[in-house]
Design a binder for this molecule. Sequence first.
Ligand SMILES: [Zn+2]
Length: 54
Amino acid sequence: MKIYKVCEICDLVFDTIEVEGEGIVEIKELCADCALEIGLGNTGNMITNKLWYN
Ligand SMILES: [Zn+2]
């Protein structure tokens, strides 16, 4: 059985996991790139980074 991790945002299959059994499962998740983009937008990391730069 294969588990495909598909990115919710860019629709990319960014990971596949093989487990025992028959069939294919698709899981909607975020790929590292999109997770990073959303994380940067929501947590204020960019402000923190700017503070570090200054
Ligand atoms: Zn993505």
